[in-house]
Design a binder for this molecule. Sequence first.
Ligand code: CUA
Length: 285
Amino acid sequence: MLIGSAAILAGLVGVWWYAMRRQPRAYDEQTEARVAHRWILWGGIALPASGIVLLLAFGIPMGHRMLPLPHDEPGALHVEVTGHQWWWEVDYPEFGVVTANQLVLPAETPVHVAVTSADVIHSFWVPSLAGKVDMIPGHTNRVRLYAHEPGIYRGQCAEFCGAQHARMILWVDVLSPTDFEAWRAARQVAPSPDDDPHAMAAFRSHCADCHRIAGISGGGRGPDLSDLGTRRFLGAGTLALNPGATRRWLREHQTLKAGNAMPAHVDVPPELLDRVGDWLETVRP
Ligand code: CUA
């Protein structure tokens, strides 16, 4: 886009320069009318018409590939993504798997993504895979993704949705079909985190009402944590999930991502909070 727009700008400046330096010519009235007509015919009708036809010839097939059509495309994977202030809920209804802030997909497979929002308008955007799609409360929009090869693709909320709009990043992990099958199969069993009764009890009393961990808590308000230990980031791209990062997140999340819906846990002794953080990092399928 930069190269294209720079070329157009240079061309326009060239034409402008030529027009400014050109000696004005005197025309009789008849020629003047002919020149004016020529401008309307070529500049006002022929040029935009051919431009639009070219753009449509390119854009219509492109748009069709992005639409989840037909709805019963064989072999398509269905994913539901819900925007929240400020995180992503990712649901694979076909497998009963729920995760957050990461979208794991198989390569070479059409993926139909149904997007909506739980609060304000967000926008689902993975630039390498498809255009932007608005996520609107009470309404479902659809987009079709098709990744040709495995890799990590960055997604970003593309509609201003509040103070932490910039920290609403979605990591898209495209796996080979075999690796994706292994990922899916691993999530069919409940995670078995380290046996730390203190951390588990603290999680149950302070976190479980909002956060689900399959087999441990029901949650329902905040991000699902069932595979937290396998994620790349915390807080929708705020903090890399290196060992010990969850401790820092639990202590400082209102500084790292001010205004997020999780209360600052000032009522929990810091040592216990650290223990919960370490324990959460062992929550993995
Ligand atoms: Cu969600 Cu911006």
